[in-house]
Write a protein that binds this ligand. Structure first.
Ligand SMILES: C[S@@+](CC[C@H](N)C(=O)[O-])C[C@H]1O[C@@H](n2cnc3c(N)ncnc32)[C@H](O)[C@@H]1O
Length: 250
């Protein structure tokens, strides 16, 4: 299990500069092209609610699911403080059965990359299709294998502040080319006035995908119109140099 309490507690601080508003603009840009008015959105792997909170504020009826109780707890607290009514459910994507269809399904920030074996990935695509109304889009992002192989991930240190706390995260990637995955080891230290107050370590197994591979999984799940672009750039074609790709499937 990953995204446990200590990691979930620092998640929002670690990604304080991630532009969730811009990502929601991108989602809305696709929704405008979808035709019929979009009202309902399902977020698979909603985490601490980065997208669902913004989309709820923008007037959509949103549902977020995640398998990490600690990430969901943060999302629920933020929704409560903001006075937003959002449906949250604890479930794996693979086991999800809401018996409801949504206008759009999203799964943002490499959630699909956590589905590292073929069976889990196939089931995740099936879940998305099962919860979409006819003609609805499944929007997600993933690591593009072509770029990852050419420019492999390296060790990175993030050092940031959250109030009077200092958070240091050391990321050590270990690539397994044959399984198309990277074991990303995160070591997170939280310090207050240079005194260590918590330390946590998690290794996240993340998969990268080749566009034709992901297209195949989506087609088997029943999607027929599948588009790729560089992350958040729908007007541009995907190239072998784009590390992060957005995928839009109908
Ligand atoms: C990198 S976080 C992204 C969270 C959020 N979408 C965001 O943009 O901040 C990945 C999230 O996906 C969830 N996740 C990964 N695999 C999952 C699965 N099979 N079922 C449910 N949740 C999953 C994790 O628990 C975690 O909260």
């Amino acid at each position: 299990m990953v995204f446990k309490k200590n990691y979930a507690n620092v998640y929002d601080s670690l990604y304080q500069n991630k532009d969730y508003e811009k990502e929601c603009d991108f989602i809305e840009e696709i929704l405008k092209k979808q035709g019929k008015t979009v009202k309902t959105i399902l977020d698979l792997g909603c985490g601490t609610g980065g997208h669902v909170l913004i989309l709820a504020k923008r007037g959509y009826k949103v549902t977020g699911i995640d398998q990490s109780e600690d990430m969901l707890k943060a999302a629920r607290n933020k929704a409560r403080s903001a006075g937003l009514k959002i449906d949250f459910h604890k479930s794996s994507i693979q086991d999800l059965r809401l018996n409801q269809r949504f206008d759009v399904v999203i799964s943002m920030f490499a959630v699909m990359g956590y589905q590292t074996d073929n069976e889990d990935l196939a089931l995740a695509c099936k879940t998305a299709k099962k919860h979409l109304r006819q003609g609805g889009n499944f929007i997600f992002d993933a690591w593009n294998g072509l770029a990852v192989m050419a420019d492999s991930p390296t060790q990175v240190v993030k050092d940031l502040r959250n109030g009077n706390e200092r958070i240091v995260r050391i990321t050590r990637p270990n690539m397994d080319m044959i399984s198309h995955s990277v074991d990303v080891n995160f070591n997170v230290l939280v310090l207050k006035r240079d005194k260590l107050i918590s330390e946590t370590e998690e290794t996240h197994k993340m998969r990268f995908f080749y566009p034709q591979e992901i297209k195949y999984f989506l087609q088997v799940a029943g999607f027929s119109d599948i588009k790729f672009c560089p992350f958040l750039k729908p007007a541009l074609p995907l190239s072998e140099r784009d590390w992060n790709m957005s995928v839009i499937a109908k």
